[in-house]
Design a protein around this ligand. Structure first.
Ligand SMILES: C[S@@+](CC[C@H](N)C(=O)[O-])C[C@H]1O[C@@H](n2cnc3c(N)ncnc32)[C@H](O)[C@@H]1O
Length: 244
């Protein structure tokens, strides 16, 4: 019987250059791009597309991909998530008829919802993992964005991220901000984002906090996607299964 899809593509937006340095002890480890290329699962992937807006980053990652003899499957390309049309052009180079996993890893909540919508439209069968900088960006700026007119640029950024101004017009959100209820605001912010994803057809979602820094948000249109995500989250970075 013919499978309903012809392979799996991996797409990463904000790929970085493939290696990271741990701040505390200066140790160098694989970043997300090299971690996936070096993982045994990479053998199952049809095409990996790494996108970053820095030509220098893309050039370095390309050299690393070549050094690993992975250029038959993996490419790094310059692209800016602020430019949905440019991102769309890059995505159109991927093999069609595949399932796709798209990881979006920015340092702040500024990826326009329009970009996410564009990716979903082009790739169709896609699950997302999105890094939402709740513990840093949102914690620092959300009260100001709601109450303080001098935060107009930040508010605009969040409205673009969420896909509308609705969040800022809510009475409960205003009241949380007035009372300095940061935790409630963070929760409402994520819930608003998830509602936007739901409207795009991503009904199976989960948000996993990573220390106090950020949430990794998973979104799929298929319950199987969420099942795989939960299984994957039960395995630590050291390959140990978590007890609970
Ligand atoms: C946190 S780093 C990514 C780290 C990488 N994913 C990892 O964990 O190894 C963020 C990256 O986003 C890239 N970036 C920042 N703004 C961008 C934009 N508008 N479009 C695409 N990439 C962007 C930066 O050049 C940087 O390499």
């Amino acid at each position: 019987m013919k499978s309903r899809w012809e392979g799996l593509n991996y797409i990463e937006i904000c790929s970085g250059l493939g290696r990271c340095v741990i701040r505390d002890d200066g140790r160098e480890i694989d970043g997300t791009a090299l971690a996936i290329i070096n993982h045994p699962i990479f053998g199952l992937i049809k095409k990996a597309l790494f996108i970053d807006y820095s030509p220098k980053v893309v050039d370095t990652l390309t050299k690393r991909i070549n050094a690993l003899n992975a250029s038959n499957k993996a490419v790094a390309r310059v692209g800016d998530y602020m430019d949905p049309t440019g991102i769309a052009k890059l995505l159109n180079t991927l093999p069609s008829g595949c399932l796709n996993l798209c990881f979006v890893d920015p340092t702040q909540c500024d990826v326009p919802f329009e970009t996410i919508t564009g990716i979903a439209k082009i790739l169709r069968k896609v699950d997302f993992i999105i890094n939402v900088a709740l513990g840093t960006d949102v914690t620092r700026n959300i009260v100001g964005a709601i109450l303080d007119t001098s935060f107009a640029a930040v508010r605009k950024k969040y409205a673009s991220f969420l896909g509308s101004e609705d969040f800022f017009n809510r009475d409960d959100v205003h009241s949380f901000a007035m009372q300095g209820k940061n935790e409630e605001l963070r929760r409402a912010f994520v819930a608003e984002y998830l509602q936007g994803l739901d409207r795009l057809g991503f009904r199976y979602v989960d948000a996993k906090p990573v220390k106090n820094y950020y949430h990794l948000l998973f979104a799929s249109g298929n319950p199987k996607g969420l099942e795989f995500w939960k299984k994957a989250c039960a395995i630590g970075p050291d390959n140990q299964r978590e007890m609970f």
